[in-house]
Design a protein around this ligand. Structure first.
Ligand code: HEM
Length: 148
């Protein structure tokens, strides 16, 4: 369970990285493909739009975290999208490690053990939700092609 203190910690650190988001995202995707070169073909050749999308979405997710309500803005749609991209449960730890690595690199001396633990938990919460939704059958009315 995430504590209010962990959420504050994660949000504060996110605000420190955000001004250098492009650097952090370049390091993040480089690291993913270093750790798991076999998943490179799943991604577009040009990653510039994806870097923007990822950091913006992460901002929304981190900003909406609420342990009391379990709110997690947009995670369900994201989980379903990722099912279509071919992302599977076993890919999430690699992406998580790459994210932590790029945050540590971006934050330098501001990266502490407590902060790492908090980010691990936050990533776990987001990933679990995305995986669970991706594994579930689509909700009714999800597809515009369904007969009325
Ligand atoms: C917490 C974890 C993750 C977050 C927040 C995240 C976020 C995003 C976002 C915002 C996009 C842009 C498109 C969209 O909004 O649907 C995207 C695209 C993508 N993600 Fe993720 N992602 C995560 C984990 C993963 C994992 C584990 C994989 C597995 C390989 C993955 C593979 C992809 C691919 C292949 C695309 C894009 C494809 C395309 O444009 O064709 N992502 N991701």
């Amino acid at each position: 369970m995430l504590t209010a203190e962990e959420i504050v910690r994660v949000r504060t650190s996110f605000d420190l990285v955000f001004p250098n988001a492009n650097d952090a995202m370049t390091a993040f995707y480089d690291r993913i493909f270093e750790l798991a070169p076999e998943i490179r073909p799943m991604f577009p050749a040009d990653l510039s739009a994806l870097k923007q999308d990822f950091i913006s979405k992460l901002a929304v997710l981190v900003g909406s975290l609420d342990p009391a309500t379990g709110l997690l803005g947009g995670a369900d749609v994201l989980g379903r999208n990722h099912q279509r991209y071919g992302a599977r449960a076993e890919h999430y730890p690699v992406v998580g490690e790459a994210l932590l690595w790029s945050l540590a690199r971006g934050l330098g001396p501001n990266w502490t053990d407590e902060l790492e633990q908090a980010w691990r938990k936050v990533y776990g919460v987001i990933a679990q939700r995305m995986i669970a939704v991706g594994d579930a059958p689509p909700p009714p009315f999800a597809s515009p092609s369904q007969p009325m």
